[in-house]
Design a protein around this ligand. Structure first.
Ligand SMILES: O=CCCC(=O)O
Length: 503
């Protein structure tokens, strides 16, 4: 019998991937209290199912189990770890469609986009697999004479991972895959809105043949999340906390982890500028902006948030963008294969977009397309169409606009005019959250100048999408610390040990 309590237009090939239980030490458990929490379908806010609501005590148990597993797993030869990671990736690929359906169901992501998300998720495992056997140290001639120094890299121990709702597959493979590939064991707490993908990934992990306790999933309600986070920060068996989420929560967790000097990886908020210079290819820039701003309905931390267009081309750019938006984004049921633009994940997200839209309009921005739909338009409670505004020159200061201070995390794009390169850079850097930035120009000198001047961790030059398994993902300032993916992906989850030999 399916655990899903509503009708959906998708038939699972393997309904056993759907489960409401947590995964600890290779066992599927309901938790010590048997309490549950509701998971809702963002498309209509209807109940999907009730999932096990685990406690702090359950989390402590999961950490102990993961620690015990670590004592043997850390000795697994790299070649064997490689085959296990490969197997997990292959099994995920074999279940790609069902996994995408689970993502669509709990995140409201259009099914076709969910398939891409599954592929993005496995790309990390495939990338990590290639790095495992080269995870080595160095040989260093000692300056003091007859000594020789070598370094080795060892896994850290139990890694606790707190993963976000907006990318419930790839953020798990990106964190957990790297930690496990490097020889650690993991306790993962998925977001309360999207626990089902994590549970399904646990099922597929189990089938890949890893030892019990290497990957553990602790599900919890929003109310219980703080307690679970506290256990992860305070438990001395946890050696590394990896978090993707908001800056305030990340700063709090980082502070708590500092008390026991835990390593942390923090992927926090962004507020990405997107700059269209006067010499830009406007077609390319409009396509890049659609990808960057409207991918996942604007719900990623690297989505463009502050859009600057040179005052001499803003009129033309608006026309090109509007035309391309009308043609490229297809709204409809998230289960329809043609749909590529879906609802937001919750009413909380809708409220924020609404607030940013009203704020921009109250400061003089003109609505060009989209806006908050009236309830009788019947597109579902959390749906906001692609929304475009233009701020006329000379109106209220752009620094005062709500989206200049916090990321919208929704499909709202306001075009802001600017005059000089210096002005664009100054406005772009006027944020604590330096995660990603994008710009379009044909001038190679400007490419280098601007790329070097932007205070962010990732720059897209003439591209609207930078995310890739081989690119070090992460930001500067309050957008986080550490990098995920890229060349040092596994090193993040190891400790260097130096061994000095006397000859
Ligand atoms: O929002 C989190 C990360 C999304 C991405 O990897 O592009």
């Amino acid at each position: 019998m399916s655990i899903i309590q509503k009708d959906i237009p998708y038939e699972f090939k393997d309904a056993s991937l759907l489960d409401t239980r947590s995964f600890i030490g290779g066992e599927w458990v309901n938790g010590s209290t048997n309490k549950t929490f509701a998971v809702l379908d963002p498309e209509d806010d209807e109940l999907i199912c009730n999932v096990a609501d685990l406690t702090r005590e359950d989390t402590k148990h999961a950490i102990e189990v993961a620690h015990k597993a670590f004592l043997t797993y850390r000795k697994t030869p790299p070649r064997e770890r490689r085959w296990l990671i490969r197997k997990w990736s292959d099994i995920i690929k074999a279940n790609r469609e069902d996994l995408a359906a689970i993502c669509t169901l709990e995140l409201g992501k259009p099914y076709t986009e969910s398939l891409v998300t599954v592929d993005y998720g496995t790309s990390f495992l495939d990338w990590f697999e290639t790095r495992i056997e080269s995870l080595g140290g160095e040989t260093i001639p000692a300056a003091r004479g007859n000594n020789r120094i070598v370094t080795i890299r060892q896994p850290q121990g139990v890694v606790a991972a707190i993963t976000p709702w907006n990318s419930p597959i790839a953020m798990i493979t990106r964190k957990i895959g790297a930690a496990i590939a490097a020889g650690n064991t993991v306790v993962c707490k998925p977001a309360p809105e999207t626990p089902l993908c994590a549970i399904a990934l646990g099922k597929l992990f189990e089938r890949a043949g890893f030892p019990k306790g290497v990957f553990n999933v602790v599900t919890s309600s929003a109310e219980g999340s703080a307690d679970i986070g506290a256990e992860m920060c305070e438990n001395v068996l946890v050696k590394h906390l990896s978090f993707t989420g908001s800056t305030p929560v990340g700063k709090f967790l980082n502070g708590e982890c500092a008390k026991s000097m835990k390593r942390t990886s923090m992927e926090l908020g962004g507020n990405a500028p997107f700059i269209v210079f006067e010499d830009a290819d406007l077609d390319g820039a409009a396509e890049g902006l659609i990808t960057s701003k409207f991918r996942s309905s604007g719900q990623t931390c690297v989505c463009a948030n502050r859009i600057l267009v040179h005052q001499s081309v803003i009129g033309r750019f608006k026309g090109v963008l509007q035309e391309k938006l009308g043609k490229s984004l297809i709204l409809g049921s998230v289960w329809d294969r043609k749909t590529n633009f879906g609802p937001l994940y919750s009413s909380k997200a809708v409220e924020k977009v609404k607030r940013h839209l009203e704020d921009a309009q109250s400061r003089g921005a003109e609505l060009i397309m989209g806006g908050i739909p009236k309830s009788e338009e019947g597109k579902g409670p959390n749906f906001i169409p692609p929304t475009l505004l233009v701020q006329p020159k000379g109106s209220a200061s752009r620094e005062e606009m709500a989206f200049s201070k916090e990321e919208t995390f929704g499909p709202l794009a306001t075009l802001l005019p600017f005059g000089t390169e210096e002005e664009a850079i100054e406005y772009s850097n006027n944020t604590e959250a330096g995660l990603a930035a994008y710009f379009y120009t044909q001038d190679m000198s400007r490419v280098w100048r601007v790329a070097e001047a932007l205070e962010v961790g990732m720059v897209g030059v003439r591209v609207g999408l930078v995310s890739a398994c081989e690119m070090p993902f992460g930001g500067v300032g309050e957008s986080g610390a550490g990098r995920e993916g890229g060349g040092s992906c596994l090193e993040e989850y190891t400790e260097v040990k130096a061994i000095t030999f006397g000859l």
